[in-house]
Design a protein around this ligand. Structure first.
Ligand code: SF4
Ligand code: SF4
Length: 151
């Protein structure tokens, strides 16, 4: 029972807030290249972690009926999380309801995804970088200033 409880806490947001939050601080860098990957394989938060079953998703829908636009995959992924595809992503990766998209999509990508154990899709134009990663910050600043000067 104890090991199950420890595992549960380690999987949860609570663990992140108690032990991990102050260890490394991250920030979001980059920009969206509109590939649409995040809309085809997303994870949803439920209580202390991501949705892990169709049953949890049904419960979540009661609180968040707007999430009915997300269709769960039949199988749970290897990491134990249920993935979803949005019914409004177009074939070329655009959002068909962009002005009316849910808050969840407006906030994407959130640093909270780290605490939920999720990562960014492989070709995502964003990335989470440690705030004290000097090399990343410098490279980004140089790229921005080069774009700004039209090089
Ligand atoms: S509502 Fe739009 S932005 Fe949100 S998941 Fe669906 S297609 Fe993507
Ligand atoms: S995966 Fe990243 S780059 Fe692709 S649409 Fe989503 S936010 Fe934009």
């Amino acid at each position: 029972v104890l090991s199950k409880l420890i595992r549960y806490i380690q999987d949860s947001t609570l663990y992140f807030f108690l032990f991990e939050k102050n260890r490394i601080k991250y920030r979001v860098a980059g920009s969206c290249n509109m590939c649409g990957q995040c809309c085809r394989k997303l994870i949803l938060g439920y209580r202390f972690g991501p949705v892990k079953s169709h049953r949890q998703f049904k419960k979540l829908l009661k609180r968040r009926p707007e999430y009915k636009i997300f269709k769960p995959y039949d199988e749970v992924s290897e990491d134990g999380y249920l993935r979803f595809s949005c019914m409004h992503v177009t074939e070329d990766g655009k959002c068909a309801i962009h002005p009316d998209r849910p808050d969840l999509c407006r906030r994407y990508p959130e640093l909270r995804m780290i605490e939920l154990g999720g990562g960014l899709p492989s070709h995502c134009g964003y990335k989470f970088v440690p705030e004290d990663n000097f090399e990343e910050i410098l490279t980004e600043k140089i790229e921005k200033s080069e774009k700004g000067s039209g090089r």
